[in-house]
Design a protein around this ligand. Sequence first.
Ligand code: GUN
Length: 284
Amino acid sequence: MSAQIIDGNALAQTVRTELAEKAAALKASRGITPCLAVILVGEDPASAVYVRNKVSACEKAGFRSIKEVYPADVEPAVVLGKIAALNADPDVHGILVQLPLPKQFDADAVLEAIVPEKDVDGFHAENVGALMQGNPRFIPCTPYGVMKMLESANVPLKGAEAVIVGRSNIVGKPMAMLLLAQSCTVTVCHSQSKDLAFHTKRADILVAAVGRAKMITGDMIKPGATVIDVGINRTADGKLCGDVDFDSCKEVAGAITPVPGGVGPMTITMLLANTLESAERTLK
Ligand code: GUN
């Protein structure tokens, strides 16, 4: 039997329509337009596409956006100066620096330079700590999107075995915190894990976030499992594919997300949600 496909495009559309309505209401009632500032350094093609998609999603939802682009060899002080100006601008509600940054940057120092109240990525140490304490200010967008997808597919979480492959600060670690907060039993696997398939086969919920094309195959998953694919890779012939081998896994899984059209659209949707939330908080 083939798995239920969790359609990220459809869910993203539904949530973005709600966010656009809320943004319009905020503007009409309080004269506030949610505004996201995005900083891109360098010419990495994938980052340029992500930033373009973020800005375009803002426009479609009636948000304001500011896009600042710097050459790869820019002095970090220039970018830090721009962050300071955006921090001080009351009309800006979210600030995002697209990662990765070129070598001359201390990425942690850049993330710490954003005031936590505008850190819609949820990457500032203060916000990471708040998430870990179970009291998040901003939930990092990709794991937040995954939680929305699990909710929309009515996946039971309490007591479920959740296995995450990948331990990045952007996905793996915050994903573990969110699933733990919903009372999953959480295992985090990584490149040094000894017997990956042993772990993945035990998962009721498997989240793949490693960045290796089609590395999770059908023989590595438990029948009926929910499989969430965070990977975005390109095959030799230029096609997009995830970390999950969709064709073999969909025959074993109970539910699965496709690539493209799965987690990707939800990540940007939750960025909009965080930006709106930040704008609404200025009223409190
Ligand atoms: N690079 C890859 N994913 C992300 C993300 O979610 N936020 C930022 N700022 N950079 C990224």
